[in-house]
Design a binder for this molecule. Sequence first.
Ligand SMILES: Cc1cc2nc3c(=O)[nH]c(=O)nc-3n(C[C@H](O)[C@H](O)[C@H](O)COP(=O)(O)OP(=O)(O)OC[C@H]3O[C@@H](n4cnc5c(N)ncnc54)[C@H](O)[C@@H]3O)c2cc1C
Length: 396
Amino acid sequence: MNHDFDLLIVGGGLVGGSLALALRDAPLRVGIVEALTETQRQALTAGDRALALARGTVQILDRLGVWQDVAPKAMPIRHIHVSDRGRFGKTRLHALEKGVDALGHVIVARTLEDRIARELRGLDAELICPARVIGLKAGPNGVCVTLKKGEECLNVTAALVVAADGGNSTVRRLLGIEQNVRDYGQTAIVTEVSTEADVNFTAYERFTTAGPLALLPLERKKCSVVWTMKDQEADELLSESDANFTANLQSAFGYWLGKIQLASRRQGFPLKLIRAEKMADDRVLLIGNAMHQVHPVAGQGFNLGLRDAASLAERLLTKLAFNEDIGEKAFLDRYARARQRDLANTIHFTDGLIRAFCTDFPPFALARNAAMIALDCFPPAKRLLARHAMGYGFRF
Ligand SMILES: Cc1cc2nc3c(=O)[nH]c(=O)nc-3n(C[C@H](O)[C@H](O)[C@H](O)COP(=O)(O)OP(=O)(O)OC[C@H]3O[C@@H](n4cnc5c(N)ncnc54)[C@H](O)[C@@H]3O)c2cc1C
């Protein structure tokens, strides 16, 4: 059967865009449907949101040819400092001890999105933008997709559709794929602070009774803050004056970096663990946030989504080398099965952190304190934590 495209990627964001770049030299007719123009995206996105990139992620971005350009704008994480507010236990990880120059990097999400968007415009692939998927009919021989582009409706066909259209995936809804949702009842407050002391390439993760608080280095004296707490507490803190909010933040974080000052607006992100019930359907795959949304406590969402894209690109290239049908059911099912382990491990890791550290029930609090001291004194456990932080903990 002849199709307009071999592969149609819905969503040209961080994950969908990365997949298109990974396939730039593949003998495929690729279409990318993206709902937002660059101007629309810049007006919408939380410009200040930072992404912690694992070491494995940086290596993939390097292979995609986008890292070299953004590297000067990214801050290396050379130390990770994990502590528990009001308790003695803390653990530290150092890049040099692991024989690497950085455990990961921090970058403003918009910097990476802009770079990927620029690279997409230079590809041979057809970028259909701004356009939205509004209809989809998948069958054993191909997928027929209806797009709304301005006032116009277009019908295109593809041998394989990859949905990378984010947490609110239209493709998933059109296919009737249900989601498993666990509402954490928590909101992440995201903002930036300037600090009195030099951050010294350190990422701080501090566990408080309210929830985890991360300060990620953006500049020598500037950090991105992700502070997770119960919805109601977050609502209250979001409506506080800047001065009161800063005083609360300072009291929760302490004076590891001297006095801190608010450097950008605050935004709240309600947190849920969401997994689609399946990753593969007739000639359709879900990847990135369209498939899963994890708690940002350990900064794993994009790292995981990028591994979805890298793994898929690798398998597609092998399939193409044998001149085989890339939408074949057995192939899609194999890919979905292969991704389960990484997904399950990532969820287990982030969920475990939340369960262990978002409680002040004394026995648990003592146990986590002891665990942190033990972790600091027990190299094998520390190595495992470092592997997760660097993005090597999970295979794809
Ligand atoms: C507070 C917070 C902090 C985080 N911190 C980290 C971190 O430190 N490290 C990390 O790895 N991850 C982090 N994440 C997670 C990370 O942001 C996401 O996992 C990542 O952005 C997902 O990328 P995506 O491309 O799958 O989805 P998105 O970024 O949502 O992209 C989806 C794209 O699809 C387009 N689209 C949507 N609908 C349609 C349609 N119908 N037709 C066509 N196009 C469509 C959209 O315009 C968009 O461009 C964090 C998340 C939050 C909320």
